[in-house]
Design a protein around this ligand. Structure first.
Ligand code: V47
Ligand code: SF4
Length: 373
């Protein structure tokens, strides 16, 4: 990119690194957060995104199962969990009920089920192994992406197993990949304030590292736009980038915008759209070893997710279905998030990009560029 005269020499040097495909430093990343305009970071991020993926935008056909919203933890930002003592106000599905949810999709070409929920003291490792095995025996080709590091940490400790042995037993039952939740902000200064009782940053990273070693890919999230500073965001992404250098097991980074409805952080103002787009762009510039950057449309809203496709994002998640409550209860844009394939494809085409249906491992299933509007 040719630097404009108004760009400072330090920012120009960063643009030069991107042009030469040189990794930026943590200090460069701080400078981008503190000094760079949306246009500046957007142009660089789009260049990187097009270098990696051309004009393609990936989506998949998935649905979510949330086994329970009863949770032993009390994250300040969570609008969804109900304490065990208050569990009559929550839900807890049996294996049979969850299998019924899966059977609703018989004959529907979904390729993935995403299973995450609260940390229920009675739903143990055996329960989840049986759940996974039951789904696999009903529909063997359905990819199972399940459980955050927070859920693993609790269920393995309760079972008295190491992370490695616990993961091996779930893999044996049919677990194939791990979603990116529970990461929040790794830095203890913030983690102590927003989710002090669940697995810490090092624990989260070590569970993902173990999964990668066992051949299980995963995603990583970052809950941003609340009480964290830019330095905490850089620290978070820096730990992820270092782990990815060692393991190579992350597929996708997903920045999650903090929503403030009905939680203990309702007094905290939400980030602006400009700040959201800057977040995506800077993540794309910094995380050079992450293949994909995802905008989770139920959280951002459809139009903002479309916009994010010009700021480094190449993945827009999937059809989802309306069973995911963790965001709608915290005030996300989409209260009943479901998109048909035609709607999803049209959303992507309206931005001038090429819609590509992917499987859970980003193998291309179908190019939808020729589907009529
Ligand atoms: O870890 C909870 C977030 C996450 C709020 O891997 C909130 O493909 C904003 O990680 N405001 C769980 N965010 C969900 C998750 C996820 C979602 C979609 C795709 C994938 C993937 C992973 O939800 C939690 C937390 O960071 N969350 N409350 C809130 N008030
Ligand atoms: Fe429980 Fe997850 Fe909510 Fe935290 S974010 S209280 S771990 S459901």
């Amino acid at each position: 990119m040719k630097p404009t005269p108004r760009t400072s020499p330090k920012l120009q040097a960063i643009a030069q690194k991107i042009a030469n495909q040189i990794r930026i430093t943590d200090q460069d990343c701080m400078r981008l957060f503190e000094e760079a305009s949306l246009g500046f970071v957007g142009t660089l991020a789009n260049k990187i995104r097009e270098r990696k993926h051309g004009n393609r935008v990936y989506f998949n056909r998935n649905f979510h199962i949330e086994p329970t919203n009863v949770c032993v933890f009390s994250c300040q930002f969570c609008a969804y969990s109900r304490l065990y003592a208050n569990r009559e106000k929550g839900w807890e599905y049996s294996i049979e009920q969850m299998l019924e949810l899966v059977k609703k999709y018989d004959g529907n070409p979904v390729t993935e089920v995403h299973i995450v929920g609260g940390v229920h003291p009675k739903m143990n490792l055996k329960f989840f192994k049986d759940l996974i095995a039951a789904i696999k025996s009903h529909r063997p080709e359905l990819h199972i992406k399940a459980f955050t590091a927070v859920e693993f940490d609790y269920m393995f400790r309760k079972a008295g197993l190491s992370v490695e042995d616990g993961l091996k037993s779930l893999i044996e039952a049919g677990l194939e990949s791990i979603p990116g939740g529970g990461a929040e902000i790794f830095h203890p200064e913030i983690r102590e304030k927003i989710c002090k009782d669940k697995v810490d940053g090092d624990g989260w990273l070590s569970i993902h590292e173990t999964a990668h070693r066992l051949g299980i890919p995963s995603n990583a999230t970052m809950l941003y736009g609340h009480i964290e500073s830019y330095a905490h965001r850089v620290d978070h992404m820096s730990r992820l980038r270092s782990l990815q250098d060692r393991s190579g097991g992350f597929n996708t980074f997903i920045p999650l915008k903090f929503r403030n409805k009905d939680n203990d952080m309702s007094h905290v103002t939400e980030s602006t759209l400009i700040e959201d787009m800057r977040m995506y762009a800077i993540a794309r510039i910094y995380l050079d070893n992450f293949p994909h950057l995802k905008a989770y449309w139920p959280m951002l809203g459809r139009q903002n997710a479309q916009l994010a496709l010009s700021f480094g994002v190449d993945d827009i998640d999937g059809t989802i279905d309306d069973s995911t409550k963790i965001y709608s209860m915290a005030g996300s844009e989409e209260q009943s998030p479901t998109l048909t394939i035609t709607e999803l494809v049209n959303l992507i085409k309206q931005t001038g990009r090429t819609p590509i249906e992917r499987d859970s491992l980003y193998n291309v299933l179908e190019d939808f560029s020729t589907l009529a509007n």
